[in-house]
Ligand binder design. Structure first.
Ligand code: ARG
Length: 304
């Protein structure tokens, strides 16, 4: 049997673990899945034998974008490039933190040209409040493996982003980096196994699937995030942890019903979306969304 992150507990416990979840307006980058398809297999979710409905993928993606906008968030779009079917997974394009952007350097040759496409977009986006540092030198798949949780960058490794890339990110972006080792090929990117939900608490409120991490990394997570939501294997297996949160609203697949309940019990509002076509490429909500963070001087604005 699996354990739930929320203790059965008393009303007092529930109240103590559910602080006021205040949403803040976010700024995202997305890439329309115009050329999305599964034409190679670089993760266990991809199956050349399962056809993709491209028009449906676009409709699902448009509904996700509309959901962000309906909650007061701004969405930028990068032009999709023909021949780069995975470019829809914008989270992998790089990472933006501390007013600086670092474009990705992809593991597999099939995706490597995306690094330059995202680098060019960042370089041209100076007016949005961050400076481009170009492309990473080390193997780095952006926010797929690099999730900012307040003032610490949670950094996945094991399948894609390298440990050397973690050091490069710490150095170039000036953040503390906490290395976490992934061990299950289905959860090849950190954002498939761990979700950052609320950075307004100390420590940040996160959710994760313990079994996706090495024993040593499980111990680190348990120590640093004793109040984390522990996801079930069932919810993780529909990429339920691949979420985007504004601190209150958590955008995630409608299939992860157990996680929706866990989130509600902790004071979050889950917003369910259907991304069944994008799941065929091994991605969900977070994979389709890169967060653009301006330098820290901006005022915090409430979302709606
Ligand atoms: N097919 C893509 C790959 O394997 C999916 C990437 C999903 N993105 C993510 N942030 N987990 O690289």
């Amino acid at each position: 049997t699996t354990t739930s992150g929320t203790l059965p507990g008393t009303a007092a416990h529930e109240a103590a673990s559910s602080p006021d979840r205040t949403p803040t307006a976010r700024h995202y980058l997305m890439c329309r899945p115009t050329y999305f398809d599964v034409v190679y297999e670089i993760n266990p979710w991809m199956d050349l034998g399962v056809p993709v409905d491209g028009a449906r993928a676009v409709r699902q993606w448009e509904r996700l974008k509309a959901a962000y906008e309906a909650h007061g968030h701004r969405v930028e779009v990068i032009d999709p490039v023909p021949g780069l079917p995975d470019m829809v997974y914008a989270a992998n394009g790089g990472v933006v933190a501390g007013g600086r952007s670092l474009a990705a350097r992809f593991t597999y040759p099939e995706r490597q040209p995306e690094g330059a496409a995202y680098e060019a977009w960042f370089a041209a986006a100076g007016a949005l409040g961050f400076a481009s540092l170009g492309q990473a030198t080390e193997q780095n798949e952006g926010e797929g493996d690099l999730l900012l949780a307040g003032d610490v960058m949670l950094a996945g490794t094991g399948f894609r982003t390298s440990r050397a890339a973690h050091a490069e990110v710490a150095d170039l972006l000036g953040v503390e980096v906490l290395t976490l080792e992934l061990v299950d090929p289905r959860y090849y990117h950190l954002d498939t196994a761990l979700a950052v939900l609320d950075t307004g608490t100390t420590p940040a409120t996160i959710a994760y699937l313990p079994e996706a991490f090495s024993p040593a990394s499980q111990a680190v997570l348990a120590e640093r995030y004793p109040d984390a939501i522990l996801a079930t294997p069932e919810d993780a297996a529909v990429l339920g942890l691949n979420v985007v949160s504004d601190g209150r609203h958590v955008f995630l697949t409608d299939r992860a019903t157990g996680l929706h309940d866990q989130l509600r019990r902790r004071g979050f509002d889950p917003v369910g979306v259907d991304l069944s076509e994008l799941l065929k490429g091994g991605g969900s909500v977070k994979c389709c969304t890169l967060e653009l963070r301006p330098a820290a001087t901006t005022t915090t604005q409430e979302a709606h």
